[in-house]
Design a protein around this ligand. Structure first.
Ligand code: SAM
Length: 282
C-alpha cells in the first residue's frame, strides 16, 4: 500500500468528486428518515495543506485554491460542498482540506450515520482519532472491499456507498465492477458513487462497458477532463459513476460540470459529460 492521499488532497479531482458527493448527501436530507453513508476507502479524513506531502506536489493550488478563487464557486449548486468544507479550507489561502468522511460528517443530521473504512494503519489511526467520541461515526480499520460484503445492507433503508480506491494495483476497474454487482445484490436500494480516474479513453470505455454488463440497473456517469488524454497516459480527468442517482442528479451535475469547465479550464481544453451507463429499472 504505497498510495497516500495526503499528496493529492484538494486537487481538482477531489474538488469535482466531493462537490458531486455532497450534492447526493444533500438530496438524502430531503426526507426526515435517517440515512447511512458508507465510505469504503476513506483516507485519513483531514489534510494539512502546509504538510510536506501537500507542498511537494502543490496539487491543491490547482484544485481547492483555484476553485475558491473563482466567482463560479458561489453558485448555489456548490452550496452543500461549501457548507462541508469548513473554516480551514475556506480560509484564504486554504490551510487544510477535509477528506470525504469529514465532508460527509459535516452534512449529517442527528439521525444519520457514517461508517468509514480505511486499511492503511497510519491513516486508519488518524481517521479514528478524528472521529473519537462521535457517536454518529464508526471509523474502522478494515478492507473496504470486505465491508461492502459484510456491512451491507445497513439498518437504515436509505443511503450512499462511496467507493474511492487508490488505483495503485492493476485490475482496480474490474474489482469495482465485480464488487458493485455483489454489493447491489445485498442492498439494491442504496445509492453507490464509484470514483475512477481518466488517463486513457479506451480504459474508461472498457470500465463503463463492464458496469453496463454487470446487470446493475440505473447507472449514470459524470466526467470532467481538464484536457484530452494524450499518449503519455497522464491523469487528465475524473469520473463518478452513480448507481440509483437521485432524480435531481443529472441536472445538478450537468450544471456543476459546466462551471468546473470554467474554473479548471484554464487550458481552454476542458470538457465534461454525463453519460447514461445502464437504463433505469423497467
Ligand atoms: N475517499 C477519500 C477522500 O475522498 O478523501 C480518499 C481515498 S484515497 C483515493 C484511497 C484510500 O484507500 C487510501 O487512503 C488508501 O490507504 C485506502 N485503501 C487502499 N486499499 C484499501 C482497502 N482495501 N480498503 C480500505 N482502504 C483502502
Amino acid at each position: 500500500m504505497n498510495y497516500r492521499h495526503a499528496f493529492h488532497a484538494g486537487n481538482f479531482a477531489d474538488v469535482v468528486k466531493h462537490a458531486l458527493v455532497c450534492l447526493i448527501v444533500d438530496y438524502l436530507k430531503r426526507k426526515e428518515k435517517p440515512f447511512r453513508v458508507l465510505d469504503s476507502h476513506a483516507g485519513r479524513g483531514f489534510y494539512d495543506l502546509a504538510s510536506d506531502e501537500a507542498r511537494r506536489t502543490g496539487e491543491y493550488r490547482e484544485g481547492i485554491a483555484r476553485f475558491l478563487a473563482a466567482p463560479e464557486s458561489a453558485d448555489p449548486v456548490f452550496a452543500p460542498y461549501r457548507e462541508a468544507l469548513g473554516p480551514e479550507a475556506l480560509a484564504d489561502p486554504p490551510l487544510a482540506y477535509p477528506g470525504s468522511p469529514l465532508l460527509v460528517r459535516r452534512l449529517l443530521r442527528r439521525q444519520d450515520r457514517l461508517s468509514a473504512y480505511e486499511l492503511h494503519p497510519v491513516d486508519a489511526e488518524s481517521l479514528a482519532a478524528l472521529f473519537a467520541g462521535d457517536v454518529q461515526v464508526k471509523a474502522i480499520e478494515l478492507d473496504g472491499w470486505l465491508a461492502l460484503g459484510a456491512h451491507l445492507p445497513p439498518k437504515e433503508k436509505r443511503g450512499l456507498v462511496l467507493v474511492d480506491p487508490p488505483f495503485e494495483k492493476p485490475g482496480e476497474f474490474d474489482r469495482i465492477a465485480a464488487h458493485l454487482a455483489k454489493a447491489q445484490a445485498r442492498w439494491a436500494g442504496g445509492i453507490y458513487a464509484l470514483w475512477y480516474p481518466i488517463k486513457r479513453l479506451a480504459e474508461r470505455d472498457a470500465f463503463l462497458a463492464a458496469l453496463a454488463g454487470s446487470g446493475v440497473p440505473d447507472i449514470v456517469a459524470a466526467e470532467f477532463l481538464r484536457e484530452a488524454p494524450g499518449p503519455d497516459e497522464r491523469f487528465v480527468g475524473t469520473g463518478l459513476a452513480v448507481v440509483n442517482p437521485p432524480f435531481t442528479f443529472e441536472a445538478d451535475a450537468t450544471r456543476a460540470l459546466r462551471l468546473f469547465e470554467g474554473i479548471f479550464g484554464n487550458t481552454g481544453r476542458a470538457t465534461s459529460r454525463i453519460e447514461r451507463v445502464s437504463p433505469e429499472r423497467g
